[in-house]
Design a binder for this molecule. Sequence first.
Ligand code: XIL
Length: 391
Amino acid sequence: MKPLSRRRILQLGAGGIVGLGTPFLAKALQKEYLVAPDFSRDFTPPSTVTSLHRLATTKNLLFGTATDIPVLSRDAEYSRHCIEQCGLLVSENAMKWRALRPAPDQFDFTGADALLNFALQHNLLLRGHTLVWHLALPDWFSETVNTQNAERYMQEHIQAVAGRYAGQIHSWDVVNEAIEEAFALPSSRSDGLRVTPWLEYLGEDYLELAFRFAAAADPNAILMYNDYDLEYDRPDQARKREAVLNMLERLISRGTPIHAFGFQSHLLGHETRFNPDILQTFVRDLTSLGLKIMVTELDVLDRDLPADVETRDRIVAAAYEDYLTVMLNEPSLIAVTTWGLSDRYSWLSEFGTRADGLPVRPLPLDENMQRKLAWNAIARAFDQARSSPDA
Ligand code: XIL
């Protein structure tokens, strides 16, 4: 298909955040934005580089991806690329409550153990995701957990899971997504805290409790707060950034053991309101609280981009490089993990589907494991990165 000319500006209707949120709110914020693919932009990767992780290590940084065992053991080609490209894996689903807790008094560590064994066997680090979240809870949770027993369930869970893998996990997403979705802010609460079962049962203290239980269970892991909707120069995201900073400030001032902040960074290919200074300021505000930074779930939504593959890939690659250039300039940044490595396996095939039914292309490798411009863009950003002093 003939590429669109550089000057042809594409008018795209942009939705809000992908998938897990409330679509009608996203729709309420819908506006027209402009995305222009730049056909003269150079995405030549640094020569001789074949592995993103090996390149990252030259800067004392880590690169990796989220994945799980069923696919790693089923798909040898994919697994070979994970081993080649990554130094760090994240459990995409295997360490969520739903996977680990078939019944209130029962744990099933099969998938999580298998992923750890894979990581150990191939000399990869492993990130744990996630100990406290309002989603991926087992069906029994709502009938079983209540104000009286919630603290006991949380403690028991964190002790059993983080305790089982103590000393073997690089970092834990202890709490995931505790602040309300950006476009839903201001929430029902002035502090922006998302109203979750944990908040309802335990009040704001649930945050501190989760980190304290995690520190007791695994004193060696980097303990993280992880969230999304924080990367763009939009009033809704500005409010979310402020709510996140305030929450972290409150927790840290009470001595809560939080060591790092995770930017999920599910980037939006159609979103033009990216302002490097705003992102940089936010990263530095987090760093000044004493936190290290990780990019934890990076991918680029191409749901609202044109069908033409070259156009789409260029816009996606530009989003990766523009974003990572800012993040990788910060000495507090220690690792980048994408939410999947190849378009063959992306959550966006389910949560970010295109209206035209074409397969999504959000990740560094295509569905045939070929490097895309997105791979080049990530490599270019790592090549230009500042060395991390103490990853
Ligand atoms: C997603 C997984 O990738 C999917 O396989 C699953 O069906 C739903 O959850 N933010 C998170 C991740 O913190 O846990 C989510 O993972 C993606 C959004």
